[in-house]
Design a protein around this ligand. Structure first.
Ligand code: PLP
Length: 276
């Protein structure tokens, strides 16, 4: 499998970065991830925009422009020519840092990886999530630091859940690797504070605002638990219905009608996607 290291197409096993890179030393760096289907990169422009907003926000140092990066990614996808579900991961590091604190020119590592789609039964029956009082640091950036998510993964699995829902100071924010939505009295809600602005969240908001009232605003864990329907969204999961929170059923425990409709509309949007 090929990857790109600072714009050069190389085999993954021969791609290396310096040991004093700030991403290795301090967890200071960014990434983004998007789907590839039949060599088409899904919503690549949105992901590239988010990445470059993050690069500027975190003062990472790169001398590549967005369009060159996009062209290089297309070359990588053609070189690998993978069939089935795969994704591209772009990591932009803090760069070699002799003092361990000051970013220098980033290493840009772009890899393509296969993944398995979530179990289809979860879409039929809904999934289970558990809550945790926690606040992600610099949550609007897709930082490489997923310390808590990785650390808590065994406990999450032990409890039969597929996601951990973060809440802090009385407000729900998001899950470890997805955004959260709920439907209450026919209104769609999604939090705004301490979240990563997911590209799937953006798509769902676009689709939903054509068919129902949408409120992007913060709400409590109690409000979520009492909602009529709950679902989570991400590049890999798309819309995944939630049927249990902290081991108690959401509403009657079945996947709701509005969630099903949004799942259908998002799938349609994904299928119709073609790069501009
Ligand atoms: N929030 C966090 C913390 C994430 O890591 C992710 C995706 O990995 C998301 C939300 C969903 O974002 P997207 O829809 O762009 O995949």
């Amino acid at each position: 499998m090929f990857c790109l290291l600072n714009g050069n197409l190389v085999r993954q096993e021969s791609a290396f970065i310096p040991v004093n890179d700030l991403t290795l030393r301090r967890g200071y760096g960014l990434f983004d991830f998007f789907r590839v289907k039949d060599n088409t990169c899904l919503y690549l422009q949105d992901h590239a925009d988010r990445l470059f907003t993050g690069i500027r926000g975190l003062n990472l140092v790169i001398n590549q422009d967005k369009n060159t990066l996009i062209q290089q990614i297309q070359q990588l996808v053609e070189a690998n020519n993978l069939k089935g579900a795969s994704g591209i991961r772009i990591v932009v590091t803090g760069g070699s840092s002799p003092d361990g604190f000051t970013p220098s020119e980033a290493n840009i590592i772009i890899t393509q990886e296969r993944f398995s789609e979530p179990n289809p039964l979860l879409y039929e029956n809904g999934t289970s999530i558990i809550s945790l009082e926690y606040r992600r640091e610099l949550a609007t950036f897709k930082s490489v630091n997923y310390m808590n998510a990785v650390y808590m993964a065994p406990e999450m699995k032990r409890q039969g859940a597929t996601e951990i829902l973060y809440h802090f100071w009385g407000a729900v924010s998001e899950c470890t690797r997805s955004n959260v939505f709920c439907i209450s009295n026919d209104i769609l809600y999604t939090p705004v504070s301490d979240i990563l602005h997911g590209i799937t969240r953006k798509r769902v908001l676009e689709i939903a605002s054509g068919i129902m009232e949408v409120r992007a605003e913060d709400f409590s864990l109690q409000f979520l638990k009492e909602a009529d329907e709950v679902f989570i969204t991400s590049t890999i999961k798309r819309i995944l219905p939630v049927s249990r929170i902290d081991h108690s059923p959401v509403s009657d425990g079945n996947v709701g009608q509005v969630t099903r409709k949004l799942m259908y509309l998002l799938q349609k949007r994904d299928q119709e996607y073609s790069p501009k």
